[in-house]
Each structure stands twice: as C-alpha cells, then as structure tokens.
Design a protein around this ligand. Structure first.
Ligand code: HEM
Length: 380
C-alpha cells in the first residue's frame, strides 16, 4: 500500500476533506437551527450563514465532480471481497447523489420561498434565485416540497456518513490494510499530497476573504443592520393607540456607492405583538387578526433601493402579512444618533388589504382601516 499510484490525487483528497468538513458542519448547523423556534433571531442568522456555506459547498462539489469525471480514481485493492467492492461502489454513488441533491434542493427551496429572502453569500455576493422556481404560481407548495427533500436527504446522508466513517475505521483499526492511506492528505513518507496545499489555501483564502469583505465593508462598504424596532399606530373608537413587535430581524445590505446593489429584508415575529392592553393583544394573536399560528412571521422584502437624497432612500418591495403579498414603496432615512447611523421610516397600510380584522371589524366603526407602521434599526 506504499505504492502511491494506489492513492487518490492530492486535488481529489483536498476536495474530499474540505467538502467533508463543510458538509458535517452544515448537517450539524442545519439540524440545530431547525430545532429553534421560527421566531428565534438566532435561527434567522444561522440560516443566512447556512445558505452561504451551502452555496460554497455546492460550488466545491461541482468542482469535485468535474475532477472525478476527468480523472480515474485509483482501483480498489485486490484483497477486497466482492461484496465489499459492491458495497463501496453503491455507498459512493449514493453519497455523490445526496451531496448533489441536498444543496440543489436547498437552493430551490429558498428560490421558491414565498418569503423571497435573497441569498447574499457572506453578506457580499448576491446569489440568484433559480428560475423558474422564483416565479411559480404555487411557490409555497414547491418550497415546502423541496424543504422536505432537503430534510430527508440530510437525514439519509447522516446515516450514510455513519456507515462510510464506520467502514473507513474498520479498515484502519481492525483490518490494518492501509485503505485510509488512499485518502490521507499526507503521503506515507510524511509529505503533503501534490496539489493539496495550493488547493486548500486558495479556497480558504477566498472564503475568508469574502467573509472579511462582506462583514467589514470591503471596497463598496455595504452596510448591515443591527437591533431593530417595529411599531404601529392604529385607532380604536377614534382614539390613537400604539403597538409594537418585540422581536424583529432586519437584514440590510446597503451599498451607498451603488444603491441598486442593495437590499432590505425585515421579518417580525407576529406572536410578539403588544399594545399594552392584554385584551387587545390576545385578540390580535387570533385567526381574524395576525393568525400567529398559521402565519408566525410578517415580512418585507425589497425589490429595489433607490437613493433619493443624501441619506434618504426609497425602498420598494413586497410586504407580506398573513401570507398576503402587496407591493409597497416607502422612504427610509439614515439619521445619526451620537454619530451612529440609524435607519428610520414609516408607511401606512389598509388593514383590510391583509384581512386584518376583516371578519370581526369589517367597517371602521371601532377600529380604523389605516395603520401606520414605523421602524428603526441600527445601521453598521
Ligand atoms: C451540502 C450542503 C448542505 C447541507 C449538508 C445542508 C443540510 C441541511 C440540514 C440537515 C438542514 C435541516 C433540515 C431539517 O432537518 O429540517 C438544513 C436546513 C436548511 N437548509 Fe440546508 N444544507 C445544505 C445546503 C443548503 C443550501 C445551498 C441552501 C440554500 C441556498 C440551504 C438552505 C437551507 C434552509 C433555508 C434550511 C432551513 C429550512 C427550515 O427552516 O425549515 N441549505 N440544511
């Protein structure tokens, strides 16, 4: 087994270990994040990182496949039994299938998602939604279907990886037949396999560079969002009342040199609505109002941000409440509080457009139609 022709090429070995680390991390983070409450801001944050690393994994998997299709792997050693050869071939084929299906189903799931959240890799590169999934009439169903595939394939991959790692350890620890050396980053004489150092350094350099650029500002200094507050004003028997959502998450990518490259997405956890009056709060959670059981989130997704003055932008996009989507345009200002920029803005909606209280308050006698929604969030 010291024969180096029996080893995979350094490039294949490099791809194997990089993709293995990424996939194991993605599986762990994926399972953890979906165990969190939908309204948990950590779930939102982890999902954005998951999408970024998922696309990186997908690109590496495509490169790995291209390498595999153009370079023969070393033949399996002759001492393996026939069943072992078949089992290895079947497991490897299934592994390839799953590592293709998983990222592609993730990409389709987010492309078809009615939330229409963009995928911005490491807060820097806008990754497109996959046509035609972004414009299907039944996006909701398609997105849920691919979410199921993503989940099922992820669980199947976990089982297969246990078998794959188990088989590798069996060769290493019980059979001592040197099979693991075929995929070891170091050759039997202790040197790094040819190509592995430049390949891994280049990939790590690109990924770390993108993360640095995306989150520190980089060339075009895109700005992100921090703590946010969403509040609203409504009228009950002609008296003005205030309410707010105590949990909201804003995702901003503001490239001031090039606003066309910018995006603004905000999600509020509808279950956190509060007006200071517990009776009203309880009513607002129910079916006729925010229907929080079926619609735990309301969201705004920008289509375009246009600079309309210094520190003033016009945001247009889709507001979605109770699953009902409406176009919306509103101004957003950057204001400076102790030199720290904050974004503020407001817009007015007609509650009947979103079927808010349409059964219990179909007219304006008690609750007015107009609701003014205001927001502010840190920009950093
Ligand atoms: C090799 C790459 C990937 C792996 C191993 C992976 C794995 C996983 C796993 C295990 C889950 C949890 C599923 C569950 O149990 O419900 C998950 C969720 C998720 N993945 Fe991936 N994923 C990958 C790539 C991607 C990509 C490329 C995207 C999109 C661009 C993506 C988007 C998502 C989203 C949005 C969720 C959360 C779904 C929800 O909130 O219900 N994933 N992923």
């Amino acid at each position: 087994m010291n024969d180096t022709t029996q080893r995979y090429h350094g490039i294949a070995i490099g791809f194997h270990w990089l993709i293995a680390i990424l996939i194991i991390g993605m599986l762990a983070v994926g399972k953890y994040m979906v165990s969190l409450e939908e309204s948990d801001p950590l779930r939102f944050l982890l999902t954005q990182w998951h999408k970024s690393f998922g696309i990186v994994a997908m690109v590496l998997i495509v490169c790995r496949l291209l390498w595999r299709l153009t370079h023969r792997p070393p033949p399996l050693p002759g001492h393996l039994k026939t069943w072992e050869m078949y089992a290895a071939a079947a497991a490897h084929l299934l592994l390839y299938l799953l590592i293709i299906v998983i990222p592609v189903s993730g990409w389709i799931m987010v492309s078809a998602s009615p939330l229409e959240l963009p995928t911005v890799i490491f807060n820097y590169i806008h990754w497109p939604h996959l046509a035609p999934f972004d414009s299907l009439p039944n996006k909701d169903e398609v997105s849920s279907f691919f979410a199921e595939i993503h989940e099922f394939a992820g669980s199947a991959l976990i089982l297969l990886l246990v078998a794959h790692i188990g088989a590798a350890l069996r060769h290493q620890i019980i059979l001592h037949d040197g099979m693991m050396n075929r995929m070891s980053p170091k050759t039997p004489d202790g040197k790094w396999a040819v190509g592995i150092v430049p390949l891994t350094s280049a990939i790590v350099f690109i990924v770390v560079g993108l993360i640095g650029f995306g989150y520190s500002g980089g060339n075009s200094k895109p700005l992100g969002a921090g703590e946010s507050r969403v509040h609203f004003t409504f009228t009950v028997q002609n008296q003005e009342s205030q309410g707010s959502f105590s949990e909201s998450v804003v995702e901003l990518l503001l490239d001031r040199n090039n606003p066309a490259n910018s995006s603004l997405n905000a999600t509020v956890n509808t279950a956190t609505v509060t007006t200071g009056t517990s009776q009203i709060d309880a009513t607002l959670l129910g079916n006729d109002w925010f229907d929080v059981k079926n619609h735990p989130q309301a969201s705004f997704t920008s289509r375009e941000l246009v600079a309309v003055g210094e520190d003033r932008y016009s945001a247009s996009g889709t507001l979605r409440i109770k699953g009902i989507a409406r176009d919306l345009i509103f101004p957003m200002d950057l204001v400076y509080v102790e030199k720290e920029p904050k974004a503020t803005g407001s817009f007015t909606i007609n509650r009947l457009d979103f079927e808010l209280g349409s059964a219990s308050q179909p007219d304006e006698e008690t609750v007015g139609y107009q609701i003014e929604v205001g927001f502010e969030f840190e920009v950093k």
